[in-house]
Design a protein around this ligand. Structure first.
Ligand SMILES: Cc1cc2nc3c(=O)[nH]c(=O)nc-3n(C[C@H](O)[C@H](O)[C@H](O)COP(=O)(O)OP(=O)(O)OC[C@H]3O[C@@H](n4cnc5c(N)ncnc54)[C@H](O)[C@@H]3O)c2cc1C
Length: 376
């Protein structure tokens, strides 16, 4: 396994449970503990449950997603709790570092090799070969690239597939904010001509907030210095609680992420090499699906390899990729359609007239169709 992010750690757990011997090669000297919260939707929590990972004691349970216009008028209300009760697994907001700690904590001590930077791989020998920076090559029966959106493993096996920018940027942070939303079970999603804004409790008294801006407004290369003032000028007149949140935001709280996307190909790997997570399908954070789809990959990969002998591994990997492509491709396309997400492409009147049950049908349909774990 190359990469010790959520995808690599979860996939390692799945393969260990299937009786495989696993090594995770992670370039960093320590697992990344930065970043805000991630929303684990019912598919993501189902994948974790199938991998034997509890998260019900972490973060905040989410009962409802409220979509509103920039001036606070309701657009759509998705009863996430109803979906959770229907499928048996909830939607939860969890600090990324708590998820990584939980996954890593379940691995046996000798599995994770930190400070191991992979330069490239050779997929086509008798066994795939991993080239390490400053250390001897490593051979494996199966190699999984879980090395994120710039994936050196993907570049070795599919050199042409380079993710491009959509032009949008998300500025996010996770801070203590004195507002009742911190103790709530609601996600607030506001959209308007300026962009979109997501606010949700993250547990531990923290509020996760993000502001997404269209092309040319505030690219990540701008850096955090002065970014809070730009966001205040752009979003400061939005409905409660946006002004209060922005008033408490300092430049040091902000991280900017340019949205990247790439078409999800039908074949992800080559020979006994495959991919999981962002390495396989880069998508903007607009729908909060990156980690969820990474966990789904981990679960689906472990299931595809269960009971498979050495002569059938390559076929099992291509089968896993084909199944996951069908599930993840529509999500990646939608996440990269920021214009549609700001509802500029949809009539707000139509959104407003949708009963909760229809909104649940739309959201729940996406969650179910993209989920290997909910499909069983
Ligand atoms: C602003 C923002 C908000 C988001 N919010 C959500 C959300 O609410 N819900 C959600 O589901 N997703 C969210 N995402 C997406 C999510 O963060 C990613 O999809 C997720 O981190 C992907 O996990 P991964 O393990 O595939 O990759 P990563 O987390 O990128 O991990 C890759 C790992 O590989 C290692 N690595 C890289 N290169 C090498 C190498 N050469 N050798 C060895 N190791 C290497 C890296 O150090 C890293 O540890 C968000 C993303 C952003 C930017």
């Amino acid at each position: 396994m190359v990469g010790g992010g959520p995808a690599g750690l979860a996939a390692a757990l799945g393969l260990l449970a299937g009786g495989h011997r696993v090594t995770v090669l992670e370039r960093a000297a320590a697992l990344r503990r930065t970043g805000g919260a991630v929303t684990l939707s019912s598919g993501g929590t189902a994948a974790l449950a199938a991998l034997g990972v509890r998260v019900d004691d972490l973060g905040r349970h989410l009962e409802v997603l409220e979509s509103r216009t920039e001036d606070g008028r309701p657009l759509m209300r998705v009863p996430l709790g109803d979906l959770g009760r229907r499928v048996g697994t909830p939607t939860t907001s969890v600090l990324r570092r708590r998820l990584v700690e939980r996954l890593a904590g379940l691995l046996p001590a000798d599995v994770l090799r930190l400070g191991a930077r992979v330069d490239g791989v050779e997929p086509h020998g008798r066994r795939p070969l991993v080239h390490l920076d400053g250390a001897p090559d490593v051979a494996a029966d199966l190699l999984v690239g879980a090395d994120g959106e710039r994936s050196p493993v993907r570049r070795s096996v599919r050199p042409g597939a380079v993710p491009g920018r959509t032009g949008w940027t998300t500025w996010q942070g996770c801070t203590r904010v004195d507002h009742p939303l911190v103790d709530d079970e609601r996600v607030l999603f506001l959209t308007g001509p300026a962009g979109f804004c997501d606010l949700q409790p993250a547990g531990e008294g923290l509020l996760q907030w993000s502001f997404s801006t269209p092309p040319g407004v505030l690219p990540a290369a701008h850096g955090p210095r002065g970014a809070a003032a730009v966001l205040r000028a752009r979003f400061g007149g939005w409905a409660d609680p946006v002004p209060a949140v922005l008033a408490a935001v300092a430049d040091d709280d902000l991280s900017g992420w340019d949205h990247r996307t790439a078409p999800v190909p039908s074949v992800w790997g080559a020979g006994a090499v495959t991919l999981v997570g962002d390495a396989a399908h880069v998508m903007p954070p607009s729908l909060g699906q990156g980690v969820n789809q990474a966990l789904e990959d981990a679960h689906a990969l472990a299931a595809a390899l269960r009971g498979v002998g050495p002569s059938d591994v390559v076929r099992a990997l291509r089968g896993y990729e084909a199944r996951r492509t069908r599930q993840v491709r529509p999500v990646a396309v939608l996440a990269g359609s920021e214009e549609a997400i700001t509802h500029r492409a949809l009539s707000r009147g139509v959104m407003r007239s949708l009963p909760d049950s229809w909104a649940l049908g739309l959201w729940g349909g996406m969650v179910r169709r993209s989920s290997a774990a909910l499909a069983g």
